[in-house]
Design a protein around this ligand. Structure first.
Ligand SMILES: [Zn+2]
Length: 104
């Protein structure tokens, strides 16, 4: 799978780990490391120091990066989680759903 297949704001379904089956929106991608951060997925508590934005510091719930291979993009046409297929039309490379072949 090409590194840039999953993009920010894609809806994805988790297929492995303790959040398996959950869906969320991609909020961050690290293409070089094959990792994504998904809203509401893989949250863990972190200790933080007091800062400007968080004057008390303490424990915050923060999403962790997870491996790209643990998620599938949810097709907005058929609603199924899918691996990303590709189609080149008029010289433009597009992403398609493997189930319904709709554009992703
Ligand atoms: Zn589809």
């Amino acid at each position: 799978m090409a590194l840039t297949d999953i993009r920010k704001n894609d809806e994805v379904q988790v297929i492995a780990g303790k959040d398996r089956g959950k869906r969320g929106r991609v909020v961050n991608v690290l293409p070089q490391k094959n990792r994504v951060m998904v809203e509401g997925i893989a949250r863990a508590t972190r200790h933080t120091r007091p800062s400007k934005n968080n004057q008390q510091g303490g424990l915050v719930l923060q999403e962790q990066f997870i491996d790209l291979s643990n998620v599938l993009v949810v097709c907005r046409h058929c609603g199924k989680p899918t691996r990303i297929g590709h189609r080149t039309a008029d010289g433009v490379k597009g992403r398609i759903c493997r189930h319904c072949e709709g554009d992703l």
